[in-house]
Design a protein around this ligand. Structure first.
Ligand SMILES: *Cc1c(COP(=O)(O)O)cnc(C)c1O
Length: 362
């Protein structure tokens, strides 16, 4: 099976670790001697309880979360979080700061605006088409939170270190770099991540929320849009996205047992990205789109000398067993998404292909 698989550089849904896919396949028809598949067992059963609790415990261990943090599995994607965050934390009289680093941040800002919440966009990199992460930002000390997008999937930028907000909790969209590096979690009041980029399949969004944020939640919210509902019921107020939670649990097990946790994962990710960026830097044919100090370890965005060459590059790559290299339709160009599961072998194959393409077309 694995021999027919391509090198998958999709931005999301994206590649998952092969051992995880193999374990799913192996246990699919008869999950842990239940005589049923994991997608057939009750979410109120011991089998599923063990899965969700294991996923929570692994998340807590990997990120070093203490008892103030709650790990949730929600539906509605990261996009629903754009709406739930201001809905829950910005009761009348409260304000929040937002940093605009491109498409997804912009959407988060839009959802707060639709609800007529008081927010301030305290920094933006729009002036240069979002090719960098803003620095020296002045935050409002009275804000309830500061919203950032830790990795900008489309623009290819990533916060290399997190800003000093003067004690205001960070609320971070980590959809495309969640569990890719160790974190100083103390800075974060809430972290959310659509699973389909870096830790699982589509259909589940992980949320980590701290007690002080829960205290801010106002009254009168519909149950399904209130974080309390999920905190109080271990994410099982209604039927959770069972298959997604199960896959995430296997990915977290892989992170802990095979990759050496988040510091091991980070060194591996740094190594992979360096191979690609250093090749691009050394070439006059390819050009990285993000500023040097802001480049993402996850989504490597680059241009070729013309759009025709870019289209030929993407098509030729597919013929060579490399998929997903087309940039997002809103920005064009090319993008190699090299999330946690991407291998050194895959990145080296890509660089070899890029060299060959340049030799023929440069
Ligand atoms: C993909 C992505 C989203 C949107 O996620 P959905 O789960 O499709 O709603 C939000 N933020 C970032 C950073 C993303 O990469």
């Amino acid at each position: 099976m694995s021999s027919q698989r391509i090198y998958n550089f999709n931005a999301g849904p994206a590649a998952l670790p092969l051992p995880v896919l193999e374990e799913i396949q192996e246990s699919f028809l008869n999950f842990r001697k239940s005589g049923m598949s994991i997608i057939e067992v009750s979410h109120r059963s011991k089998w599923f309880d063990d899965v969700i609790n294991d996923a929570v415990d692994r998340t807590k261990r990997l990120l070093g979360l203490d008892e103030r943090y709650h790990v949730l599995f929600l539906q509605g994607g990261a996009s629903l979080q754009f709406a739930m965050i201001p809905m829950n934390f910005l009761a009348t009289g409260r304000t929040a700061d937002y940093v605009d680093t491109g498409t997804w941040s912009t959407k988060a800002i839009k959802e707060a605006g639709i609800q007529k919440k008081e927010i301030a966009v305290v920094a933006s990199s729009k002036d240069r088409d979002f090719c960098y992460i803003p620095e020296d930002i002045k935050f409002n000390p009275g804000a309830s939170y500061v919203h950032i997008t830790s990795n900008n999937t489309i623009k290819g930028t990533q916060w290399q270190s997190f800003p000093d907000t003067g004690g205001v909790p960070l609320v971070a969209d980590m959809s495309s770099d969640f569990m890719s590096r160790p974190l100083d979690v103390e800075k974060f009041g809430l972290i959310y991540a659509g699973a389909q980029k870096n830790i699982g399949p589509a259909g589940v969004c992980m949320v980590i929320i701290r007690d002080d944020m829960i205290k801010l939640i106002g009254d009168g919210l519909p149950s399904m849009l209130d974080y309390n509902t999920f905190v109080n019921k271990n994410s099982m107020y209604n039927t959770p996205p069972c298959f997604g939670v199960y896959t995430i649990d296997l990915v977290l097990k892989w992170l802990e047992e095979d990759m050496g946790g988040l510091s091991g994962m980070e060194s591996f990710n740094v190594k992979k990205a360096a191979i690609l960026y250093s090749f691009i830097e050394g070439s006059d044919f390819y050009r990285a789109t993000a500023d040097e100090g802001s480049r993402s370890l996850m989504n490597v965005t680059f241009r070729l000398p013309s759009e025709d060459l870019e289209a030929a590059f993407v098509a030729k790559a597919i013929e060579n067993g490399m998929g997903g290299l087309k940039g997002h339709r809103s920005v064009g160009g090319c993008r190699a998404s090299i999330y946690n599961p991407a291998t050194i072998e895959g990145v080296e194959a890509l660089v070899a292909f890029m060299k060959e393409f340049e030799a023929k077309n440069g």
